[in-house]
Design a protein. Structure first.
Lengths: 328, 558
């Protein structure tokens, strides 16, 4: 890849990467400035004031309030610039855009499993289109892992028992390293993969080849029917449980007065531990589905429930997935 | 270089070893194993931590050897994981945390404040035994097959999935924690209650201030680590669900508890080293430390703010974004007292009378390496950068610059500085100078390439890695061999000096401070009579203070 050259800088292949790198170069400049400054000053003083006579003493200088204030305030200001800039970049990286293609990802000792919105499954490879926002909703089947693509400058821990998200928009077709960066046991360093960024037409071609399972949304709908969730969660609401349209939306009003964000982690808890966060106006009737539905199944159910949002809340019919359309 | 060794100007008659001192006050193994003399306990610790430094170093060598090639051709993956875990556990818990406080701190603290011993001499001995018991348990686990969780013991890997001796090591570290707590309590009470008459708080050497701050962290932080490891043990043994979500626990809770101790623990390692540097720089510039009070307060500042930054290890762990913002902000604040110290030390050189001695070379090395370590820490505390750098070799390089470049340089510098006081023999000249140079050059060769590796994306704790990282790994390993040579040399010349070294005399460096006013080695009870202090620390300009022999008066007021 790099022949014999010593690589010094990683490839930039996402919209996020240049933002991180700009900050990096600023921090590098600050570091170089102070390091060289200290080195030069210390070496100069070390030579200039070397002891020339055994009886020689240093001058009795006890300090200087002005200087000490200066070198307290200046570092403070510089760190605040770094903090502010860093926080800005962090918020960009951590705020998942709404209009992203949503993939499901699962980490397990020692492999990465991915599922495309159309249902394609991959292990240790991930194909994504260039120039399109991609979001991964991730969970782990065992220990903590971490999803890291150096060329995209993104990283997010992947935890058992909850969902985390990472997003990126690739800017350059190519093949990029995917590393697990949370130590996860014997084959940690083999929990690696490749992210292939394809041109739009190549990606469509890739999608059309290969065996396609059902999409997460469709699988979720099947599970919804299989477990007869509609007995209580009917569209129009028979008041035993909140209708899915009722709990669709950004926030849920709970029985204990709290309002919580209705994200993937909330829905997961509502399925596995329904009593924990009861929706206002309903009693605690729902049994737990812990141990009955697989982790993957829970992911599919959530995908299905979220797909209802799009139907219910968007004025224009959604066009991002065929699966959603097929529900109507 | 010829004038490098600064002997007392008035050393016309060759100094002689004192007839009676703590080393020959009693004889036999029992007189050492049951001693309550803080000086002897310091030496017991010196021997023990040296053994663990050697062991930890061997593990470091094995890691560097494995990483010469991208393939995993030296070890099985499982073995490699145990090797890096043991390297960290031995180096952190059994070398770095006790290194300066338990050896130099134990030896010097009572001497510096003019006390006969620490406040609780028996507790001091108990601390060493706790250390030994903890170390023994850890070694038992090591010989039984080791532990493969990394020193961070992240759950649920450590509680549910790891098939290694996690519980034994956790108990070992739990017990060892008490040695830290005992030392911390002892130092705090000693500094509060046992200062000689006239030794007010602002006459204390900065070494003592640094140890005061360190002891606060030891006493307040270590119990949290102990409890956390106990919970890990309970979850492993009895299936109590604290951390494993499959049992209803929260794996991130573990990270909060673990780093609540383990981040301040970094300051346990670096603060005493900063204290050493203050003493060395003042002694070899023969002038007061620039901004004494600010350096003293910045030690306390680092200790206090250090307790509020643990969340910067969790920026990408799923911790809330707002928590991330607060922890990043607080992390930035730690940079300020650290920067003040570096600037003040550098400013102390101005118009000094600088002697070219081995301790001074180590102190200069510390200044350079700590500056790089601190500034790269600032990068990691910057939220937007940490996303990319977290858990890569950038982190590995950064904390080695702090812990090895900072803490270890201070430890070695301090050893060279106070060796004549501890054993009454001079160590100096060509070989010690060379070792300081080799350590500095070798260290940078080893760890600088790791910054580059880290930004390229090389993850930590990888046994095999992609080919394009190889050149930098080879460079790093080459540097490690130079570093190993630099570390090996002191073993020989220190031991050699015990018998053949030039006799030091009371104050071979011409330094001020109570420890230099007694004999080298000091007598059993430190001073012939209780010293009375009527001078500030680092007073190089008044006629040399003569406090010895003055009758003890009223105990210190503050």
């Amino acid at each position: 890849m790099f022949d014999f050259d010593v690589p010094l800088f990683p490839e930039q292949a996402s919209t996020f990467a240049p933002q991180v790198d700009a900050l990096y170069f600023f921090a590098l400049a600050v570091t170089a400035f102070f390091t060289l400054g200290i080195f030069v000053a210390v070496i100069y003083l070390f030579v200039r004031y070397r002891r020339r006579d055994e009886d020689e003493y240093g001058d009795p200088i006890h300090g200087s309030v002005a200087l000490e204030i200066a070198w307290s305030v200046i570092p403070f200001i510089i760190t605040m610039v770094m903090f502010g800039w860093g926080a800005h970049v962090f918020l960009v990286g951590m705020t998942t855009p709404e209009d992203a293609r949503e993939y499901l990802a699962t980490g397990k000792q020692w492999m990465w499993k991915f599922q495309h919105p159309e249902g394609h499954r991959e292990i240790n490879t991930l194909h994504v289109p260039v120039g399109e926002k991609v979001k991964l909703t991730m969970t782990s089947e065992d220990v903590i892992h971490s999803f890291f693509v150096p060329a995209f400058r993104v990283k997010q821990d992947v935890l058992p028992g909850r969902y985390t998200q990472v997003w990126f928009e690739a800017t350059k077709p190519g093949a990029y390293h995917l590393f697990c960066t949370e130590y996860c046991g014997a084959e940690h360093s083999q929990m690696i993969g490749t992210v292939y960024v394809l041109e739009q037409d190549e990606y469509q071609e890739w999608l059309s080849g290969g065996i396609v399972g059902s999409s997460p949304v469709a699988s979720g709908q099947e599970l919804f029917a299989q477990y007869a969730c509609n007995t209580c969660h009917e569209q129009d609401g028979n008041r035993r449980g909140p209708s899915l349209h009722e709990i669709a939306g950004a926030e849920v009003q709970l029985a204990d007065g709290r309002t919580v964000e209705r994200d993937e982690n909330y829905l997961r808890e509502a399925i596995l531990n329904p009593a924990a966060k009861l929706v206002a106006g309903y009693s605690n009737l729902m049994p737990t589905y812990q141990g009955q539905i697989s982790d993957e199944g829970v992911g599919h159910l959530i995908a299905y429930i979220k797909s209802l949002d799009t139907v219910a809340h968007e004025t224009e019919a959604s066009d991002d997935t065929e699966a959603v359309a097929s529900l109507d | 270089m010829a004038r490098s060794m600064t002997l007392t100007p008035d050393a016309t008659p060759e100094p002689e070893m004192p007839k009676e001192h703590y080393l020959n006050a009693s004889h036999g193994l029992k007189s050492w194993l049951l001693t309550t003399d803080h000086k002897r306990i310091g030496i017991l610790y010196l021997v023990s931590v040296s053994v663990f430094f050697l062991l930890g170093g061997i593990y470091a060598g094995l890691i560097r050897l494995e990483l010469v090639t991208p393939e995993g051709d030296l070890f099985q993956p499982d073995t490699y994981n145990r090797v890096f875990t043991m390297h960290a556990i031995l180096m952190i818990f059994f070398f770095l945390v006790p290194s300066i406080p338990a050896t130099l701190g134990n030896f010097l603290l009572p001497l510096m404040i003019g006390a006969k011993d620490v406040a609780f001499p028996k507790l001091n001995l108990a601390s060493w035994y706790m250390y030994l018991i903890g170390a023994t348990l850890t070694m038992v686990a090591l010989f039984a097959g080791g532990v493969d969780t990394g020193w961070t013991f992240y759950t649920p890997f450590s509680t549910t999935y790891s098939n290694s001796y996690v519980t034994t090591v956790a108990i070992g570290i739990f017990v060892n924690g008490f040695s830290s707590i005992f030392t911390g309590v002892n130092f705090l009470v000693t500094i509060h209650r046992m200062r000689a008459p006239g030794m007010t708080w602002f006459r204390l050497p900065l070494f003592v201030w640094a140890h005061y701050a360190t002891s606060l962290i030891m006493v307040l932080g270590t119990p949290v680590l102990a409890i956390t490891l106990l919970l890990v043990g309970f979850e492993r043994m009895f299936g109590l669900g604290f951390f494993d979500p499959a049992l209803g626990g929260d794996p991130v809770l573990f990270q909060h508890l673990f780093w609540f101790y383990s981040h301040p623990a970094v300051y346990i390692m670096i603060l005493p080293s900063m204290g050493v540097i203050s003493e060395i720089i003042s002694a070899f510039t023969r002038k007061p430390i620039f901004g004494y009070k600010l350096i003293a307060f910045s030690s306390l500042g680092i200790a206090v703010i250090g307790f509020l930054v643990w969340g910067h290890h969790l920026f990408v762990s799923s911790q809330s974004i707002y928590a991330g913002l607060i922890f990043s902000f607080l992390t930035m604040l730690v940079a300020v007292p650290s920067a003040i110290k570096v600037f003040n030390w550098s400013a102390t050189l101005y118009r000094g009378s600088i002697a070219y001695t081995t301790p001074m070379f180590y102190a200069l090395g510390f200044l350079g390496l700590f500056t790089i370590g601190g500034l790269t820490g600032l990068m990691l505390g910057t939220l937007g950068l940490d996303i990319h750098m977290h858990d890569t070799y950038f982190v590995v390089a950064h904390f080695h610059y702090i812990m090895v470049g900072g803490a270890l340089m201070g430890y070695l510098g301090g050893m060279h500085f106070w060796w004549p006081k501890i054993f009454g023999r001079i160590v100096g000249g060509f070989w010690p100078h060379l070792s300081a140079l080799l350590v500095f050059v070798g260290f940078n060769l080893t760890f600088f390439p790791q910054f580059v590796l880290g930004y390229l994306g090389m993850p930590r704790r990888y046994h095999v890695y992609p080919d394009e990282f190889q050149v930098l790994h080879v460079l790093s390993t080459a540097g490690a061999t130079v570093l190993a040579l630099g570390y090996a040399m002191p073993v020989f010349y220190f031991v050699w000096s015990l018998k053949y070294g030039k006799v030091a005399g009371d104050n071979p460096w011409g330094a001020v401070g109570l420890e230099w006013e007694t004999t080298s080695p000091p007598p059993l009870h430190n001073f012939e009579s209780m010293p009375v202090v009527d001078f500030d620390a680092y007073q190089y300009h008044q006629p040399k203070p003569h406090s010895q022999g003055k009758p003890a008066t009223a105990p210190s007021a503050s």
